[in-house]
Design a protein around this ligand. Structure first.
Ligand code: FAD
Length: 411
């Protein structure tokens, strides 16, 4: 979250902030107030490989300067500092034009999961190349018949000597066509309730039998894929956590994913005011009302971010706050899409080069569903909050107690 709250800053934090700022100032272009570079990236449909090369280069330079993996222990290539310094870095870096999008799964989900569940060998093998910008990761969790009900997945892994042989299909896998490695969930035991028969694998995306096919989205870009696995062989030491214990490992990944999406806000309130000024709508009472609501949402998100940070500072593990943040961000994305197109009025119906700023605002509107669905839908976040925070009675769930083999399936 783009929060700049320096009130509780210690000398150590202030010194680190000054170092980070000096390095960024010397090495990266400042993010402009009109978000021009971000808008250019959204609408450019530029060569994907070029943006991957640029992201790898940024991550390597950040690593060389000692700012990669700030709270990751030194033995795994990080800086070995506190999560508080990590936060300081994120507060600073967001003010510069550095696009690390293709590393979001690796940095935001894979590294935190490896740190909690990885063996010593796995941590030493897999974390440093991510921090140096050498290996891109993707997430191979969702399936055509298992999205919200992820534990209902039917991709199967069977043991064959020291290896596992995996067959099945995954879908909506962001960056899978560009990734070097994937985190993969597969069913290894069909005779126990569904949550207890899943294993979490680390898979080399170049393994024979593994094919990622890009899918085009409503926005016109094709950043995610359907991924087919046919007799894909995975060495036994690439299981993360216990065999059949993958659901617990996946929870760490999913909590970090929700926090990642809940914390991602590229545009600021100022961008909406500028849009309203451009269309000469700032005197319109309805637009003013909508802008006031937009400002309020930005502030609420900022406070939610601070609450999560305070909990982290107090040493509390990430909990349902991530669902609250994800839900708030979903609501924000939907409302912002409406506000932008309402300001544009009839011109909001244009698209691409015909529209204002090459159709950036239309892309933002269409992109809202990615934010609202990815990482768990709004309805699912509400279920989590209802059951885990409000203590409401859960739905009757025979699928939690019966062997998975006997449960009716989507496929
Ligand atoms: C931009 C984007 C990126 C993604 N990236 C990845 C990725 O990298 N890797 C990956 O594995 N997956 C990824 N996903 C997949 C994502 O996690 C799933 O789309 C999501 O979990 C929803 O699953 P589904 O699409 O199968 O919808 P479904 O589960 O079929 O849901 C359909 C509808 O039913 C509702 N619903 C379902 N169950 C319930 C319930 N119990 N109570 C109330 N309502 C319910 C849902 O809210 C939704 O409205 C991505 C998705 C998007 C949009």
């Amino acid at each position: 979250m783009t929060v700049l709250d320096t009130r509780e800053e210690t000398d150590e934090h202030a010194a680190f902030r000054a170092d980070a700022r000096a390095w960024l100032e010397a090495n990266a272009p400042r993010r402009r107030h009109d978000s021009a570079e971000f808008k250019r990236r959204v609408t450019a449909r530029e060569d994907e490989q070029a943006s991957v090369v640029a992201a790898r280069d940024w991550q390597r330079r950040i690593s060389d300067a000692g700012f990669a993996g700030i709270s990751v222990p030194r033995e795994y290539g990080g800086r070995g500092a506190t999560p508080a310094l990590d936060r300081v870095w994120r507060q600073e870096v967001v003010r510069y034009e550095i696009d690390l999008g293709v590393f979001s799964v690796a940095l935001g989900m894979v590294v935190p999961t490896l740190l909690v569940h990885g063996t010593e060998d796995q941590k030493r093998r897999f974390i440093p190349p991510v921090l140096r910008g050498e290996e891109v990761w993707c997430q191979l969790f969702s399936e055509p018949g298992a999205g919200s009900d992820l534990a209902g997945l039917t991709t199967r892994a069977e043991r064959d000597g020291d290896e596992w042989v995996v067959n099945g299909q995954k879908v909506w896998n962001s960056f899978a066509h560009l990734a070097d490695w994937g985190i993969l969930l597969a069913r290894t035991n069909w005779d126990v309730p569904k949550h207890r028969g899943i294993t979490y694998f680390l898979v080399d995306m170049r393994t024979p039998g593994l094919e990622a096919r890009p899918l085009r989205q409503i926005t016109g870009v094709a950043h995610f894929n359907e991924t087919f696995l046919t007799d894909v062989r995975i060495p036994g030491d690439q299981v993360l956590g216990d065999v059949h214990g993958g659901w617990g490992v996946a929870q760490t990944t999913l909590m970090n994913e929700r926090a990642l999406i809940g914390g991602a806000t590229a545009l600021g309130f100022r961008d909406y005011v500028t849009l309203a000024r451009t269309y000469d709508r700032t005197g319109d009472p309805e637009v003013r009302q909508a802008l006031a609501a937009t400002y309020t949402r930005y502030e609420i998100l900022r406070w939610l971010g601070q609450r999560a940070q305070a909990a982290q500072r107090a040493g509390k593990p990430l909990g349902p706050e991530s669902s609250v943040a994800k839900l708030a961000m979903s609501h924000h994305a939907a409302a912002n899409g409406d506000v932008a197109l309402a300001i544009e009025g009839a011109a909001g119906m244009l698209a691409g080069a015909d529209a204002f700023e090459d159709g950036f605002w239309q892309q933002q509107f269409l992109g809202q569903w990615g934010i609202r669905i990815g990482g768990g839908t709004e309805q699912v976040q509400r279920n989590i909050l209802g059951e885990r925070v409000l203590g409401l009675p859960p739905e009757p769930r025979p699928d939690k107690t019966e062997p998975f083999r006997d449960i009716p399936k989507n496929v």
